[in-house]
Design a protein around this ligand. Structure first.
Ligand SMILES: Cc1cc2nc3c(=O)[nH]c(=O)nc-3n(C[C@H](O)[C@H](O)[C@H](O)COP(=O)(O)OP(=O)(O)OC[C@H]3O[C@@H](n4cnc5c(N)ncnc54)[C@H](O)[C@@H]3O)c2cc1C
Length: 271
């Protein structure tokens, strides 16, 4: 905690370190996938195969264009345009809006212009969080596997192509000068566009699912319907990692409700 290692004993322990750490912390306690634990010399106390699996995040891909010379850009007056079509979520953001400036997309080399963010709302690709070592200071190994699933590829390619067409449309075209890659050769090729998207996309900052909730019959489930770690007494997980699937919107509210609900059960249950 804050760089310090503290030992705390309690009758009930609740982990709420987030999806990128839940698998890690569980594993350090000796509950996880035996092969991975043994590799790091951690004694296997509980075989919980799903720990650190099922990492889901909203992959974000950007198509960016520079505003044409002479276009006035006033940071106090801007619009953001959002499109939801089935599982596709598209945002058209002016580069000078506070949302873009404050986020990771502020790295654009253009001072002014537009950015299209494409996201699949319910992605099917799954990544992992694995142990890098047994030191509490060791960051976990995160593999996102964005756009690995063909359905994700299809929907993201639709969104990127739509963004690209909008930026080249007769209406918006005269307002922008330069559209960053993907260029037309890439746009026309599924294979090249998937490669481009995988190499340029980033986290949507919504990681969930690495200690997923599920019934006894689900071998990959890490916690039961009350957030209790399978086979381990008095240990719960109460954060985004228990989500078996992601939500189609940003995740914060769902995490708050997970916390509220599990706290309610803890108040009424004896264990
Ligand atoms: C940059 C960014 C922007 C986001 N924007 C939005 C948004 O606009 N809307 C939205 O709905 N969601 C947003 N999210 C997502 C949302 O914040 C998360 O889904 C949510 O906070 C996850 O809650 P959690 O309880 O699972 O984990 P967290 O909120 O990450 O809480 C985990 C806590 O555990 C602590 N921790 C981790 N490891 C240890 C350890 N070893 N020892 C002690 N403490 C530890 C962490 O410091 C942290 O305080 C954003 C996320 C990020 C990163």
């Amino acid at each position: 905690m804050g760089g310090r290692v503290e030992e705390i004993h309690g009758e009930r322990v609740t982990l709420a370190a987030g999806s990128l750490y839940a698998g890690d912390l569980d594993a350090l306690r000796g509950s996880g996938r035996p092969a991975e634990l043994s590799d790091h010399g951690v004694e296997v106390r509980y075989d919980v195969a799903g720990v650190g699996q099922n990492l889901i995040d909203h992959c974000a891909t950007f198509v960016t264009a520079e505003a044409a010379a002479g276009i006035e850009q006033n940071p106090d007056e801007y619009f953001e345009f959002y499109l939801r079509a089935g599982d596709l979520y598209l945002a058209l953001l002016p580069l000078y809006s506070p949302r873009v400036r404050s986020g990771h997309s502020s790295r654009s080399r253009f001072a002014a212009g537009h950015r299209h963010r494409t996201r699949r709302r319910r992605p099917r690709s799954r990544g992992t969080v694995r142990l890098a070592g047994t030191s509490a200071a060791a960051a976990p190994l995160i593999t996102l596997n964005f756009l690995e699933h063909p359905d994700d590829q299809r929907i993201m390619l639709d969104g990127i192509r739509l963004a690209w067409e909008v930026l080249h449309s007769p209406e918006l075209g005269p307002l922008v000068t330069k559209v960053l890659p993907p260029v037309s050769e890439i746009i026309d090729s599924d294979e090249a566009l998937v490669d481009w998207a995988q190499s340029t996309s980033g986290s949507g900052w919504h990681p969930v699912g690495t200690a997923r909730m599920g019934p006894d019959t689900d071998r990959g489930a890490v916690v039961d319907q009350h957030g209790r770690l399978r086979g381990v007494d008095h240990l719960r997980v109460a954060d985004a990692s228990v989500m078996p699937l992601t939500v189609s919107v940003p995740t914060n509210l769902t995490c708050m409700m997970i916390g509220e609900r599990i706290a309610e059960w803890m108040r009424t249950e004896s264990d």
